[in-house]
Design a protein around this ligand. Structure first.
Ligand code: APR
Length: 246
């Protein structure tokens, strides 16, 4: 970490963090595009879109049920916990592409879920939340109110992101002093645009990843290494600088 980043972190009033699947990798949750990622084993166009779901609800519901089981068994890792700690000394906004809920679980207060949350489900017909669906003879989950199909509360390819989440994400991005992009390949917009927008509005932009990504050429600084190590290291710099200055 450069002396410049240390200084900026010690004075920052607002830190905005964009996270991707890489921040949860050390919690045992597969990423999407790494060699062992989900999209290497499954075709997103066959699972993560509404047409695939309506064509084969049983397959898609079973796939998400398995991903949800993995998520519910996972624990926040040191990267999640360090970001929750950062939030106690400087205004921290987490904009996450992840649907695993681990930022909330680790205690971060200001979390914007751009792509939804796999732990929630809802009915495609009445929109009602569904925690205890009715299963039909084929094991397909239906709404107890209107018998509509139950789907995970995640944003599928081709779908709009939650409008309020996007609004809050852009607002935070435009006013960030430091913008950390952690564990994302930055291949999916609008999330991938945020680090660039932050830089244009004067933020010091940092990428934290184990390899280069689509934004590596556009950030002010790259901190290489696994998030479970680099994020706690960065947060400890902030904590030390705030403790010595008080
Ligand atoms: N520490 C830091 N970075 C890591 C680690 C780690 N331990 N492990 C993997 N990474 C990095 C990879 O190098 C890669 O750049 O995390 C990134 C994961 O990239 P993707 O698998 O593309 O995941 P993500 O960027 O979150 O995907 C964005 O695409 O498919 C959609 O909706 C899905 O939210 C997802 C979006």
């Amino acid at each position: 970490m450069s002396p410049e980043l240390r200084k900026i972190l010690s004075e920052a009033r607002s830190v905005v963090v964009l996270t991707g699947a890489g921040v949860s990798a050390e919690s045992g949750i597969a990423t999407f595009r790494d060699p062992d990622g989900l999209w290497q084993q499954f075709k997103p166009q066959e699972l993560a879109n509404i047409d695939a779901f309506l064509a084969n609800p049983s397959l898609v519901q079973r796939w998400y049920a398995e991903r949800r089981r993995v998520v519910e068994e996972a624990e926040p890792n040191p990267a999640h916990r360090a970001l929750a700690l950062l939030d106690t000394v400087v205004e921290t906004t987490i904009i996450t592409q992840n649907v695993d809920g681990l930022h909330h679980q680790s205690g971060s207060r200001n979390v914007i879920e751009l792509h939804g949350n796999i732990r929630r489900s809802y009915c495609v017909d009445c929109g009602g939340k569904s925690d205890n669906p009715q299963l039909d003879a084929q094991g397909i989950a239906h709404c107890r109110r209107c018998s509509g199909l139950i789907r995970p509360d995640v944003v599928w390819f081709g779908e709009m992101l939650p409008v309020e989440a996007i609004r809050m994400a852009y607002e935070a991005t435009r006013t960030a002093d430091v913008f950390l992009s952690i564990g994302t390949g930055a291949e999916v917009s609008p999330a991938a645009d945020l680090p660039i927008i932050a830089g244009r509005h004067g933020a010091y932009t940092v990428e934290m990843n184990i390899r280069r990504s689509a934004i590596s050429d556009f950030v002010d600084e790259i901190v290489s290494g696994p998030a479970g190590t680099t994020v706690p290291d960065l947060v400890s710099v902030v904590l030390d600088s705030r403790q010595t200055s008080t």
